[in-house]
Design a protein. Structure first.
Length: 191
């Protein structure tokens, strides 16, 4: 009984955060969804592309349900995660979003088909013997982590916030500037 509850709860949370992540791209130009906004090149569309790999591998291949499209493997010689955190110009936003949707549908089918204690093996993890439960927690944590990155990137781009459709923050610019000023003053006093 608790296994069914845990599985459904984790799956619902995963579905919610996936949707929240994709909504961060709404209303932005091709340039803005792709441009590097950190020293390491983090960008919104690249986060979605990266999470496609996570969904397909961890909630697919690792559990004996290979994703039907070719994917790079984390344990391939020369694999670098950063190579899959950006999107070349010839790959469209829609290509990335469609790929993410296919990876999520595949992951959803895996979750639906297997019991929460279904075994898997992650060769690049220190403790490689896992269960579907471990993998669901991992993908949920990974997606939440990158959705948090996306929240900050979107706010940097146009000031929009929110976990659903992005909106301007509550309050006016003067109110937010006063709030930010209080935080800056506290940081300086703490120094």
């Amino acid at each position: 009984m608790i296994d069914d509850f845990a599985k459904e709860y984790l799956h619902d949370e995963l579905r919610w955060v996936r949707e929240s992540l994709v909504l961060k791209l709404d209303g932005l130009s091709e340039y803005d969804v792709r441009r590097p906004l950190t020293a390491t090149g983090t960008n919104l569309l690249g986060l979605v592309k990266h999470l496609s790999l996570s969904e397909a591998h961890y909630l697919g291949s690792i559990l004996g349900r290979p994703f039907p499209e070719p994917l790079p493997r984390y344990d391939e010689p020369g694999f670098q995660n950063r190579d899959h955190l950006w999107v070349p110009a010839e790959e469209s936003r829609q290509d990335v979003l469609d790929g993410y949707e296919r990876a999520c549908r595949h992951a959803d089918a895996t979750i639906d088909a297997l019991p929460i204690d279904a075994p898997g093996f992650v060769p690049w993890w220190p403790r490689p013997d896992v269960r579907l439960f471990n993998l669901m927690v991992h993908v949920l944590a990974e997606t939440n982590r990158h959705a948090g990155h996306a929240d900050i990137l979107r706010e940097q781009l146009d000031g929009r916030v929110g976990s659903g459709p992005v909106t301007p923050p509550d309050g006016d610019d003067a109110d937010w500037e006063a709030h930010r000023s209080r935080i800056e003053q506290a940081a300086r006093r703490a120094q």
